[in-house]
Design a protein around this ligand. Structure first.
Ligand SMILES: Cc1ncc(C[n+]2csc(CCOP(=O)(O)OP(=O)(O)O)c2C)c(N)n1
Length: 353
C-alpha cells in the first residue's frame, strides 16, 4: 500500500479579546442577565479564593489551591451545565462550585480539613473534590457509561489540569469514552504548569486538544480567559454529549496567576515578566470592559456586588468555623456500607477503648 498522510485540524476559538472587544459572529446567545451572573460568579470566586488564602495564612484553614486567573474557564464551562448534568471537579474549581450553587460554608469547611464539607447536597449533581491527580476522570467516565446504559439524556463534565494528561487514568478514560461513545466532556484547564513543571515538559504535542484525535473524538482549543468562548465550546460539547454524539475534549488555554497551592512559591520557577503579561489578560477585567461598553457595568454596581459577596463570605466563614467537632467514627464510617473488621479494630484503637 502506498504511504499516505492524513491531516487533522485543531480548531482554536476566541470571541472576546483582551480589550473586551467582541467577535459578533461567534458570540453565543447569552442574555444580559446571564452575562451579569457570569461576571458576578467570577468576582465571587476571586473573593472566596482570597479569603481562603488568608485563612490559611492565619492558620485557620489548610492547604488551598487558588483559581486566580482561571475564573473564566471554570465559570464559563459550569454555566453551560444543566442541573441534571453531572460535574466532576478536581481541586481547582472555586468558580464552578459557585455556579453549581455549592454552599460556600461547606466549600470552606472542606478546605479547613473537615470532610463533612464535601457532603454534597441531594439536589446538586456534583461529585466530590478529587485531590489525586486524574482519578476523577475514571469516575466521570464511569458515570457517563452508567448514564448511557440507563438512557439518561444528560451529560458529564469532568475538569482536569494539563498535568493530568500525563497520567494513565487520563488515557484510559479518554479511550473508554471514545470506544463507547460516552456523553462526557473533558474540560482541561491548561494553566501551563503542573506545580513547577511547564506544559512543554509535560507533553511534546503542540496542543493538548489534539490528544482527542487519537481517541476518535473532537478536541478544541479555546482561549480560557475568554468566558464567552469557553461557554460556547462547553455548550456545544455538552449538547453533543446529550444527543448521543459522544465525547469532546476542550483545552482551555489559561494561566494560574497564583502559586500552585499555599505550599508553593511560583516565583522560583516563573518570571515576574510572564506573570505581568498574563495579568493583562485577566478574565474578569476583560469581561468588565465589555460590560462597561454595553452599559452593564459601573462603579456603583461593582461596590454593591462586592459588599454583598464579602458579607456572604464572612457569613460562610462563621458558619464553617462554628461547626461542632466531628465524631471520630466519621473517619471510618463512609468507605463501606458495613464496616469491615480491620476498620472496626482501628476505630476501637482511635477511641482508646
Ligand atoms: C496521583 C497524584 N500524584 C501527585 C500528586 C501531587 N500533585 C498535586 S497537584 C499536582 C500537579 C497537577 O497539575 P495539573 O494537572 O496541571 O493541575 P493544576 O494543579 O495545575 O491545576 C501534583 C503532581 C497528586 N495530588 N496526586
Amino acid at each position: 500500500m502506498p504511504r499516505q498522510s492524513m491531516n487533522f485540524n485543531i480548531e482554536i476559538m476566541s470571541i472576546l479579546d483582551a480589550n473586551g472587544k467582541l467577535d459578533d459572529k461567534l458570540m453565543p446567545d447569552i442574555s444580559e442577565h446571564h452575562i451579569k451572573s457570569m461576571y458576578e460568579a467570577m468576582v465571587l470566586a476571586r473573593i472566596l479564593d482570597d479569603r481562603l488564602l488568608k485563612l490559611q495564612r492565619e492558620g485557620r484553614s489548610g492547604t488551598y489551591a487558588s483559581s486566580l486567573g482561571q475564573e473564566a474557564t471554570q465559570v464559563g464551562s459550569a454555566f453551560a451545565l444543566r442541573d441534571e448534568d453531572w460535574m466532576f471537579p478536581y481541586f481547582r474549581e472555586a468558580g464552578a462550585h459557585i455556579v453549581r450553587k455549592f454552599p460556600l460554608a461547606n466549600y470552606m469547611l472542606y478546605w479547613m480539613g473537615d470532610e463533612r464539607g464535601m457532603k454534597i447536597p441531594e439536589n446538586i449533581n456534583n461529585f466530590t473534590i478529587c485531590i489525586p491527580v486524574s482519578t476523577q476522570i475514571l469516575h466521570a467516565v464511569g458515570a457517563a457509561f452508567a448514564m448511557k446504559h440507563k438512557k439518561k439524556p444528560n451529560a458529564v463534565l469532568v475538569y482536569l489540569g494539563d498535568g493530568a494528561t500525563s497520567k494513565g487514568d487520563f488515557h484510559e478514560g479518554m479511550n473508554f469514552a471514545g470506544v463507547f461513545n460516552l456523553p462526557v466532556v473533558f474540560m482541561c484547564q491548561n494553566n501551563q504548569y503542573a506545580i513547577s513543571v511547564p506544559v512543554e515538559r509535560q507533553t511534546a504535542s503542540r496542543t493538548l486538544a489534539q490528544k482527542a484525535i487519537a481517541y476518535g473524538f473532537p478536541g478544541i482549543k479555546v482561549d480560557g480567559n475568554d468566558i464567552f468562548a469557553v461557554f460556547a465550546a462547553a455548550q456545544e460539547a455538552l449538547q453533543r454529549a446529550r444527543s448521543g454524539k459522544g465525547p469532546t475534549f476542550i483545552e482551555c488555554f489559561t494561566y494560574r496567576m497564583g502559586d500552585h497551592t499555599t505550599s508553593d512559591d511560583a516565583s522560583r520557577y516563573r518570571t515576574a515578566q510572564e506573570l505581568e503579561e498574563w495579568k493583562r489578560k485577566d478574565p474578569i477585567e476583560r469581561l468588565r470592559k465589555y460590560m462597561e461598553s454595553k452599559g452593564l457595568w459601573n462603579a456603583d454596581y461593582e461596590s454593591v456586588i462586592r459588599q454583598d459577596f464579602e458579607e456572604r463570605i464572612e457569613q460562610a466563614v462563621k458558619e464553617a468555623e462554628s461547626k461542632p467537632q466531628q465524631a471520630i467514627e466519621d473517619m471510618f464510617s463512609y468507605t463501606y456500607a458495613a464496616m469491615p473488621q480491620n476498620l472496626k479494630e482501628q476505630l476501637k484503637e482511635a477511641k482508646g477503648d
